[in-house]
Structure formats: structure tokens, C-alpha cells
Design a protein around this ligand. Structure first.
Ligand code: PGA
Length: 251
């Protein structure tokens, strides 16, 4: 089965509104037609404006980096899934390690956010991955198994087909240390086998699994060349259009 390839940028809390528009325009002007889905994961306030800019570029999609688990309510400062949907959002990055660490998000909370996003017809990009001490203790596969089952295994088959998983070893995020292609492949194969056991072959083979953690133009091709690596979630290198496009082109 041919899996969808995705390269998603995660801008995190960088780029003011004008800088964000300029970056999106630069990506649009450099993007070559291909089957790869290219996603811009922008701060909330950019979403509506950038949705207008990318309209008509069929391979470009829009992602938010978080959302609240309730559809509405007295939650000052929060943004809900229906609000994101109304701004033209296609994907929502959920469970990023920075949200787990700084905002104390648990798998149980992330599972509720996934439900909220899917109820609006948007697709979650569910992030999982271990910290360095967990890998050093040899417990990385057990931890990722738990993250995947606790956040996703309540979904039915139809929902599971809409999920994208991003494996992001915490020790590789923003550190310049990348997982070796072999380490990435090993974990991606493990994740696919978890999905196979729970949902069967068809859904496992169709699942897009992204690698994230210090992906750059210089290492992207080797990572993307692994059989179970279907693209990337790109932080730092997504903030420069040339680097981001070079990564997109190395798939
Ligand atoms: P990085 O971030 O590419 O800067 O390591 C990846 C991410 O946090 O998604």
C-alpha cells in the first residue's frame, strides 16, 4: 500500500504575524508540485491569515499546535477545536513533548483533545517519544507503547485511519542530536507493529509515521529513506523556507 508522505513544520512560538505571512509566502513560491503533503504548523493567531494565503495550493495544509479538549466554555485564553476548524485548520499537533513537560499534559488529557479534534473532521498529529534517561534504561519501546495505547486505542478503525503519529525522541528535539536512521526505523517499525496488533494490517500499513528531532536538509534524506519513516515533523529548520523546502524535497 502506498502511504501518504507528510512533511510538517512546527513553528512553535516563533514568528510574529508579518514574519509568519512572509515565511508562508516563501514556502508557497518555492514549493514544487509533488504528492507530498506539506503542513505549516503555526501559532493560533496566524491560522486564519495563512489559511487564506495557502488556499488553492492543494499540497499545502494548515496545522495548529494545540487545542482545548472542550468545545466551548469559560476557559480564559484557550482555543477550541470548532474554532480551529472555522479558521481552515486541517491538522492539529497534539501531545508534543514541550506540552507534556511545560503544560503537564498527560496521555489521558491528550486522548480527550484527540477526540475533540476528530469530532471536527480534523486530523491529529500525535507526538510520542522518550526522554534520554528512558532510552538509556532500555525502556523506550515500553514507554512509547504506553503513550500510543493510552492516547489512541480508544479510537475506532475509521478514526484510526485519520491519525498521523510523530515519533520525536525528546533528546533529539532542538538539541542538534538526531536519532540515527536505524534508531528511527526501529521505533517506527515498533509503532507500526503496535497498530497492527490492535487494528490489523490494512490500517497499520496505511498509517503515516513521521520522525521529528533535529531534522535538517543534511540528514533528512537518510531518515526518510527508512521503510517505516513516512516524513518528518520539523521544528527549527521549518523557520527558514529554503531549509524547509530542501527537507520537503529530500523525501
Ligand atoms: P526540532 O523540533 O526540529 O527543532 O528538533 C522538532 C519538534 O519539536 O517538533
Amino acid at each position: 500500500m502506498k502511504r501518504k508522505k507528510i512533511v510538517a513544520g512546527n513553528w512553535k512560538m516563533y514568528m510574529d504575524y508579518e514574519e509568519g505571512r512572509a515565511l508562508a509566502n516563501a514556502v508557497i513560491s518555492h514549493l514544487q508540485p509533488s504528492e507530498t503533503i506539506v503542513v505549516l504548523g503555526t501559532p493560533y493567531i496566524h491560522l486564519k491569515g495563512i489559511s487564506g494565503l495557502i488556499k488553492g495550493v492543494s499540497s499545502l495544509k494548515l496545522a495548529a499546535q494545540n487545542c482545548h479538549q472542550e468545545n466551548n466554555g469559560a476557559y480564559t485564553g484557550e482555543v477550541s477545536a470548532p474554532m480551529l476548524k472555522s479558521c481552515g485548520v486541517d491538522y492539529v499537533i497534539l501531545g508534543h513533548s514541550e506540552r507534556r513537560e511545560y503544560f503537564h499534559e498527560t496521555d489521558a488529557l491528550i486522548a480527550r483533545k484527540i477526540d475533540a479534534v476528530m469530532a471536527q473532521g480534523m486530523q491529529p498529529i500525535y507526538c510520542c517519544g522518550e526522554r534520554l534517561e528512558v532510552r538509556e534504561a532500555g525502556e523506550h519501546e515500553a514507554l512509547v507503547s504506553r503513550q500510543v495505547s493510552e492516547a489512541l486505542f480508544h479510537l475506532n478503525e475509521e478514526q484510526m485511519r485519520q491519525v498521523v503519529i510523530a515519533y520525536e525522541p525528546v533528546w533529539a528535539i532542538g538539541t542538534g542530536k538526531t536519532a540515527s536512521p536505524e534508531q528511527a526505523q526501529e521505533m517506527h517499525r515498533h509503532i507500526r507493529s503496535l497498530i497492527r496488533k490492535q487494528y490489523g494490517d490494512g490500517i497499520a500499513e496505511g498509517l503515516t509515521i513521521l520522525y521529528g528531532g533535529s531534522v535538517k536538509p543534511g540528514n533528512a534524506a537518510e531518515l526518510f529513506g527508512q521503510p517505516d519513516v513516512d516524513g518528518g515533523l520539523i521544528g527549527g529548520a521549518s523557520l527558514k523556507a529554503e531549509d524547509f523546502i530542501a527537507i520537503v524535497e529530500s523525501i
